[in-house]
Design a protein around this ligand. Structure first.
Ligand code: UGA
Length: 432
C-alpha cells in the first residue's frame, strides 16, 4: 500500500519505518528540514534500538523516503497516518496545535480519497474533529475516512514493541476503513482489537492511566512497607504471581516520568473535568507520583539533617534507562531540592547529560564517570537504573567517597548482596 506518515518523532518515524519493513511504500513528512535531510541519509535523529538498520535497509529497497513537501508526500497515498506531538497544555489538557497544523496542511494538499489514521494520543472525540476539519476544507469530490490506531510503544524499545506488542487497536466508525487497517496490520501478526473511534482513543488513555496508577499503588505500598518493617520486593513478587495482578510494573522507586504518563494522566483528568466527572483515583495517582519523585531527598534529610556544603553525587538523570530523554524526569525535582538545601551537586548520566544541562539548574557540575561524580562525595543518590550504575563495584564507593552512604531510588540491588559491603544503603520500601 502507498502510505504517508506525518511527523517523524519517535512514534511517526518508528511507524513509518516498520510499515516500510512490511513491504509498504512509505513517505514520511516533517516540517523540520534538518531532520528530513538526516533521515534521507539514513541517519536517525533519535536513538531507538534497531531503528537505524531498518531505516537504511528500507531506503535502500526503495520502500521509504522523506520529504518536507506535503504535496509530494501525499501524492497517491491511500493511507495517511498523523503522528505529531500532543504536548501538555497550560491547563493540563492536550495541546492540539500540531494536530491542527497537520490537518490544515493535509487538507490543502490532498488530491485523492484517503483514509486518515491517527497515531497521536488525542482526547476522546478528536478524531471526529479531525475528520470534520479536514473534510470541510477539501474540494467536494475528495472523500476521506478516519480511523484511530493508538500506539503502545515504550521509548527505547519502540521497534521491538511494534513487532512484538501485546495488541493492535484499531477504531473506526467506518467498516471499510476498519477492514483496510485490519489488512495492513495483519502482517504484524499480533492480536487485533477492532472497535469504534471513541473507544480506541479511550483505550490509549486508559492503558497509560492504569499503568501510572499501578506504579503509584506499589510506591504507596513501598512507603508503608518502610513504616511497618516489610520488604516491598517480596510484596511485589508475592502480589505479581497472581495472574489477575501481573508482575510487571510493580518495581517501586521514585516514580514515573517521561513524555507520556505525566501528560496523559493530566489530560484524562482534564477530560473528566470537561465532562463534569471528577477522576479522583487518577488525581490521587498523580499526587502520589509528585510526592514520590522527591521522597529520596526526605530520606537524605532524615539521615543528615543538614546537607549545606555537602558534596552529593547524583547518578542517572534520564527519566529511565536506555534514553537521553529528560522530560519530567524525577532528577529535575530531586536536584532542585538538593540545591535548595545548599548541597553541592555533581551529576553523572551516560547519555542524558547534554539534555540535562539544558533544563537542570546551572549550579550542577557534570562528571564524565561514576568515579568522578562520587569522588570525595558525602553521599550518592541513584536516580536512573543504568546497567553501568548497577554494575559499579561496591568497593569503589568506599574507595572514592568521603562517606559511603548510598540512597538508591530505583532499588537496583538485592539487600543480601549489600550486607557486609561496608556501604550504608538506603532504598525504597525496604529495610535500611
Ligand atoms: C509508556 C508506556 O509504557 C507505553 O506503552 C506508551 O505507548 C508510551 O508511554 C506512550 O504513551 O507513548 P514510556 O514512557 O516510554 O512508555 O516508558 P515506560 O517504560 O513505560 O516507563 C515509564 C516510567 O515508569 C519511567 O519513569 C519508569 O522509570 C517508571 N517505571 C516503570 C517504574 O518506576 N517502575 C516500573 O516497574 C516500571
Amino acid at each position: 500500500m502507498n502510505i504517508a506518515v506525518i511527523g517523524t518523532g519517535y512514534v511517526g518515524l518508528v511507524t513509518g519505518v516498520c510499515l516500510s519493513e512490511l513491504g509498504n511504500s512509505v513517505t514520511c513528512i516533517d516540517i523540520d528540514a534538518d531532520k528530513i535531510s538526516m533521515l534521507e541519509k539514513g541517519q536517525s535523529p533519535i536513538y531507538e534500538s534497531g531503528l537505524e538498520d531498518l531505516l537504511q535497509n528500507n531506503i535502500g529497497r526503495g520502500n521509504l523516503n522523506f520529504t518536507t513537501d506535503y504535496e509530494k508526500g501525499l501524492y497517491d497515498k491511500q493511507l495517511i497516518y498523523i503522528a505529531v506531538g500532543t504536548p501538555q497544555g497550560e491547563d493540563g489538557s492536550a495541546d492540539l496545535t500540531y494536530i491542527n497544523k497537520a490537518c490544515e496542511s493535509l487538507a490543502r494538499n490532498l488530491k485523492q480519497d484517503a483514509i486518515i489514521v491517527t497515531k497521536s494520543t488525542v482526547p476522546v472525540g478528536t478524531n471526529e474533529y479531525i475528520m470534520k476539519k479536514i473534510q470541510s476544507s477539501l474540494p467536494q469530490d475528495i472523500t476521506i475516512k478516519i480511523a484511530s490506531n493508538p500506539e503502545f510503544l515504550r521509548q527505547g524499545s519502540a521497534v521491538h514493541d511494534t513487532f512484538h506488542g501485546d495488541r493492535i487497536v484499531i477504531g473506526s466508525d467506518d467498516e471499510e476503513a476498519l477492514e483496510t487497517l485490519e489488512r495492513i496490520n495483519a502482517d504484524f501478526n499480533l492480536p487485533i482489537v477492532k472497535t469504534d473511534l471513541r473507544s480506541a482513543e479511550m483505550i490509549k488513555y486508559a492503558s497509560n492511566a492504569f499503568l501510572a496508577t499501578k506504579l503509584s499503588f506499589i510506591n504507596e505500598m513501598a512507603n508503608l512497607c518502610e513504616r511497618l518493617g516489610a520488604n516491598v520486593d517480596s510484596v511485589s513478587s508475592g502480589m505479581g504471581m497472581d495472574k489477575r495482578i501481573g508482575s510487571s510494573f510493580l518495581n517501586a522507586g521514585i516514580g514515573y516520568g517521561g513524555s507520556c504518563f505525566p501528560k496523559d494522566t493530566r489530560a484524562i483528568i482534564s477530560a473528566g473535568k470537561d465532562a463534569d466527572y471528577h477522576m479522583s483515583l487518577l488525581e490521587s495517582a498523580v499526587d502520589v507520583n509528585e510526592r514520590q519523585k522527591v521522597i529520596i531527598v526526605d530520606k537524605v534529610m532524615e539521615r543528615f539533617s543538614n546537607i549545606s556544603g555537602k558534596k552529593v553525587a547524583v547518578l542517572g538523570l534520564a527519566f529511565k534507562p536506555g534514553t537521553d530523554d529528560m522530560r519530567e524526569a524525577p532528577s529535575i525535582y530531586v536536584t532542585e531540592k538538593l540545591l535548595a538545601e545548599g548541597a553541592v551537586v555533581h551529576a553523572y548520566d551516560p547519555v542524558a547529560a547534554d539534555n540535562a544541562q539544558k533544563i537542570l539548574p546551572g549550579q550542577i557540575r557534570y562528571a564524565s564517570s561514576v568515579e568522578e561524580a562520587i569522588d570525595g562525595a558525602d553521599m550518592a543518590l541513584i536516580l536512573t537504573e543504568w546497567n553501568e550504575i548497577k554494575e559499579f563495584p561496591w568497593e569503589s564507593y568506599k574507595e572514592h567517597m568521603n562517606n559511603a552512604v548510598l540512597f538508591d531510588g530505583r532499588n537496583c540491588f538485592r539487600l543480601d548482596n549489600i550486607a557486609g559491603s561496608g556501604v550504608e544503603y538506603h532504598s525504597i520500601g525496604r529495610p535500611a
